[in-house]
Design a protein around this ligand. Sequence first.
Ligand code: GLA
Length: 391
Amino acid sequence: MNLAESVEAIFRKKFNEQPLLIRSPGRVNLIGEHTDYNKGYVLPAAIDKSIYFAIAPRKDRQCIVVAMDMNDEYEFSIDDIQVTKKGWPNYLMGVVDQLIHAQYMIQGFNCVFGGDIPIGAGMSSSAALEAGLAFALNHMFELRIDDLALVKFAQKAENRFVGVQCGIMDQYINIFGKQDNVLRIDCRSLEYKYYPFAFHNVSIVLFDTRVSHSLASSAYNRRREECGEGVTIIKTCNPEVDSLRDVSVDMIRKCKDKMDATVYRRCKYVVEENDRVLQACRELEKGDLKAFGMYMSRTHEGLSRDYEVSCKELDYLVELVQDDPQIYGSRMMGGGFGGCTINLIENNHVNDVSKMVTERYKQKFNIDLKTYITSISSGTDIITRKNHEAA
Ligand code: GLA
């Protein structure tokens, strides 16, 4: 039985009816880190690791949600939505809360979900929960919400209900992902462009540090504040500036004396990273994956030295592979302070590298590394009988 079938079977056993089935993917981000909340560019892709929902409407206002992988269940009324200490139901209730505040007419529902996106590894299992449920409710209750509005509801669920001030990247790619394509999102205009990313000799490999340093979410929010402080100072000489997206390295240099050294480095990183995304996309258009990967490696340097969101485990994983000619790029991915590195590795070299990195990492930190080989898949969608079999 595949994962979608397991979720469906549990639903049918518990609720004795036929559910709607939805697949909601995790994501990788090739380049463009910590730029989304600065209205910059990002280049994520949806992946073949997913959360599956089995869901059906109820006639009353109760919602029963079952987390298959945690063997746990939670019930709430759509008329009384409160944050719970339990954690996981908040991602779902946050979405319902957003729709209710926006005056959408919804009823209660029964839902079972489960999947294979590792939690805390930086592949956005939380956005998969939020955007997946938003998509499911939109379809089930025929709310006619357009895709971009769904993305914004899912993001707001995380900002307002879960309390993480994340940008829009993860929820956006969850809905807009397309098989074999990366998506360049302009987080200022919210326009996007697909770039084919099907290099048959190269795999996207994630090395999971299996660490998640505490304070990650407060450090994340602090980075946002530091960028905001930078913008306020730059604005005093350049009133037209609204975000770091409107700023050049030259403008930051001119304000250097007025700025705290940390704020200066944070701003410089973001401005340089926006430029790297654009350059990297040009290399993709030329089909030059080696040049593309070089930008990824520079991103890691910036994240580690200037933005300071890396950690010793991530830095070590990047260092281990950085001079390998069969590895085109390697860097930490996502918010940082743990999670995975993303690596572009020639297919015939993946096993050897993974073995070497696993051994060295174990020697150094006494932690069992995990390797994930991912492929680029489509965004959230309904599972029909045809793709059900392939899921
Ligand atoms: C997390 C957030 C995203 C983004 C990344 C860093 O994944 O959810 O919005 O800011 O960190 O690029």
